[in-house]
Design a protein around this ligand. Structure first.
Ligand code: NAI
Length: 330
């Protein structure tokens, strides 16, 4: 039997992993509520593998402890892996696998949902009608039809977003360090500066790396068109939040939709409704009428959860059998 310790397990994790477990008779899972961090890493003693998610601390200290506990495999049940110190894992001989592209449409459709919600102020409209206020003040949006969508990063999710935007009748332009050949019929690649200058909707789909950290800052915001809509479903730190707030104050944006934000670690997936969040930039952002924030839910569809569970458990079997593939990050 392969023993897997599953950190930060939510009810939906248990439901979807348990439902695919029958296909993996050699795997036994123990679910833990606690997040993976150096203090909780010691609990992995006696387990072959651990499973973690986007807010886990999979830094050098955690990996050292996991190694001392005899853990040989780390399974990230997500696509992004900016929270994993891959160099350290390699040094320790710990295999790290992830789930790239479990359901690109799940995230891309959420990006479009945020773009539309911000554009047409659905969050405001919903509350207004609930309060018996049927006026339209504050709800005016723009047509997407005929406008320019600028997609930053055209990997799996960005490509799905390009297709969705084309479906809306938008002209689609993109910026990436590599051009995706699948998109060449309808996507025009431009420089980042050109994308910023031409787009009515900008959606971020590149990974968080040193080269993309704070790529949206006051300088890049100033290069954008007025009345642009900005959507980030990728990673919070692609955007410098303080400077985004400055840009919103300058009236640059028709709307801003964020599924990810810099402050999310420690907040995301937790209920803080009774807490006074003293220094929360999320709260400051939400004070603006043109901002909608969701809590990293891009992956949260039935299809994506099933695919994540299946691939994660398959990754464990592959690690056991010494199979290396594109899911390996260390
Ligand atoms: P992918 O690896 O298929 O595509 C990423 C693309 O970004 C590649 O085409 C790459 O060439 C490009 N890229 C790299 N550096 C760049 C740069 N400096 N400028 C512009 N483009 C650059 O990844 P995928 O599956 O499309 O995911 C994208 C990101 O979405 C992930 O890194 C992850 O952080 C995030 N994500 C968010 C989720 C959510 O629930 N909100 C769920 C899944 C992923």
């Amino acid at each position: 039997m392969m023993k897997l310790l599953f950190y930060a397990a939510k009810d939906y994790d248990k439901q979807y992993f348990n439902s695919v477990l029958e296909k993996f008779p050699e795997i036994e899972i123990e679910f833990l509520d606690h997040e993976l961090e150096p203090r909780s890493a010691v609990l992995a003693k006696g387990f072959d593998a651990i499973c973690a998610f986007v807010s886990a601390d999979v830094g050098a200290e955690t990996l050292e402890i996991l190694n001392q506990c005899g853990v040989k495999t780390v399974l990230m049940r997500c696509a992004g892996f900016n929270n994993v110190e891959t160099g350290k894992a390699k040094e320790l001989g710990i295999t790290v696998k992830r789930v790239p592209g479990y359901s690109p449409e799940s995230v891309a459709e959420h990006a479009m949902a945020l773009a539309l919600a911000a554009n047409r102020r659905l969050y405001k409209a919903y509350n207004k009608v609930r309060e018996n206020d049927y006026t339209l003040r504050g709800l005016r949006g723009m047509n997407f039809y005929g406008k320019v969508a600028g997609i930053v990063g055209t990997g799996k999710i960005g490509a799905a977003m390009c297709r969705i935007c084309r479906g809306f009748g938008m002209k689609v332009i993109a910026y990436d360090v590599y051009e995706n050949p699948d998109l060449k019929e309808f996507v025009e690649y431009v420089s980042l500066d050109e994308l910023l200058a031409q787009s009515d909707l900008i959606s971020l789909h590149c990974p968080l790396m040193d080269s993309t950290y704070h790529m949206i800052n006051i300088e890049t915001i100033k290069k954008m068109k007025d009345n642009v809509i900005l959507v980030n479903t990728s990673r919070g730190a692609l955007v410098n939040t303080q400077e985004l707030i400055e840009g919103i104050r300058m009236n640059k944006f028709l709307g801003v939709g964020l599924d990810v934000y810099e402050e999310e670690t420690g907040n995301v997936y937790e209920d803080h409704s009774d807490d006074i969040m003293e220094h929360s930039v999320t709260a400051r952002l939400l004070a603006f009428p043109n901002v909608i924030i969701t809590s990293h839910q891009g992956f949260y569809t039935m299809e994506a959860l099933t695919a994540i569970a299946e691939t994660t458990l398959q990754n464990l079997m592959d690690a056991k059998n010494g199979i290396h593939n594109e899911n390996d990050i260390a």
